[in-house]
Design a binder for this molecule. Structure first.
Ligand SMILES: [Zn+2]
Ligand SMILES: [Zn+2]
Length: 373
């Protein structure tokens, strides 16, 4: 997740000490073999360059210039992923079928929940329904929305406000009373910019996760921060507890953010609102599936240019692709058991409808290539 602390510099930059870019052979080994999915055969995509290697770092803030990522091969995932274990996950309260092969055979009632945190009705907000459709197609697991939590602003403070009528939807210890808590935040009087403290927000979300949740992601248009020295954080996940919170605040292409002051934001209003919305949606969709990927046990990808690559700052995040590389596609295909081509076809329709032209072109070519094999 992007966490911006220092100024960016351009040019050739070495990887973090200890990190070694995987060789071609290591990449192919990381994909793992599975004859049932011939389109994952590395020989079948090599020449068309659908999956270029992970790029060299160009900024000292790039993820791999900062972190010595180990990488997680398909084989590693099979042995590490708690969702594929024959033992029920510690925090799960729902029905469990030990011998099930896929995540939904093991947890037949399992769902991914998205929860709107604060207002999503503004002109440049992403439509929640669109996010749900996309995540469901991309991941192949049922995705549902939970009733939103209102964030009320009073005297430059933010209050988390649960509606008592919604308490049945949440999985908890909710009382019948309206619950209202102040959430730690910071406010700058000059720019009127406000940020929510991420760890406290995450704690609150953890208390309302429904029993049938595989995981729950709170989404907000509020800007987030972790500690006082941060400019911002994109969000935070608490893997063990299957809960995460993410902000789309910095995904608006009309906004520019200072690299020194958290509250310093300028808006370029010359951009058309449809272009603005398209880009916000594309960036939000990518963030969402990357983060749910982590909650499903997938680590950062070091093998190819991939949706699961780590990103150290916004421009690195923006240049990364929407698609999964063969290593990570293989992981999620095994976890969920979908048909790869069918999934691509659903995504092609989604990209077309939402004018995500680059993604549409890639996935259409990919389908063409696989089906002509
Ligand atoms: Zn990540
Ligand atoms: Zn990958």
């Amino acid at each position: 997740m992007p966490k911006q602390k220092s100024k960016k510099k351009s040019g050739y930059v070495p990887y973090a000490v200890g990190f070694k870019k995987p060789s071609e052979q290591a990449k192919i080994q990381a994909i793992g073999s599975r004859p049932m999915v011939p389109e994952l055969d590395p020989q079948s995509f090599k020449e068309f360059n659908f999956f270029p290697s992970i790029p060299q770092a160009t900024s000292i803030d790039d993820w791999l210039a900062q972190y010595d990522e180990e990488g997680q091969s398909y084989g590693d995932y099979l042995s590490q992923c708690p969702w594929l274990s024959t033992r029920k996950l510690k925090y799960m309260q729902q029905q469990f079928v030990k011998n099930g092969k896929t995540i939904l055979e093991k947890y037949p009632n399992g769902k991914i929940y998205l929860l709107p945190l604060g207002d999503f009705t503004g002109e440049n907000c992403v439509k929640f329904k669109t996010l749900i459709d996309f995540a469901q197609m991309y991941l192949g697991i049922p995705v549902a929305a939970l009733p939103g939590i209102a964030l009320q602003e009073e005297n430059h403070k933010i209050f988390w406000t649960e509606n008592p009528e919604d308490r049945q939807a949440y999985g908890e210890r909710a009382s019948a009373r309206k619950r209202k808590f102040e959430i730690n935040s910071r406010y700058h009087p000059g720019t009127k910019h406000m940020q929510l403290k991420v760890d406290e927000t995450l704690l609150r979300l953890r208390s309302i996760i429904p029993a049938d949740a595989i995981c729950m992601v709170g989404l907000t248009m509020y800007d987030l921060y972790g500690d006082d020295t941060d400019l911002f954080v994109a969000g935070m996940a608490s893997g063990n507890h299957r809960v995460a919170v993410f902000s789309f605040n910095r995904y608006d292409p009309a906004l520019s953010f200072s690299v020194e002051k958290w509250y310093d934001i300028t808006c370029d209003s010359s951009m058309s609102s449809s272009d603005r919305r398209k880009l916000i949606l594309q960036r939000s969709c990518k963030l969402l599936v990357h983060e749910i990927g982590h909650l499903l046990g997938i680590d950062h990808c070091i093998y190819y240019d991939c949706c699961m690559n780590g990103s150290g700052h916004l421009s690195e995040d923006f240049r990364q692709p929407m698609h999964l590389c063969p290593v990570d596609l293989h992981k999620i295909q095994t976890l969920v058991g979908f048909d790869v081509v069918e999934r691509y076809e659903h995504l092609a329709r989604f990209y077309k409808e939402h004018e995500m032209n680059e993604e549409h072109k890639w996935v259409t070519k990919r389908i063409e290539f696989i089906t002509n094999q």
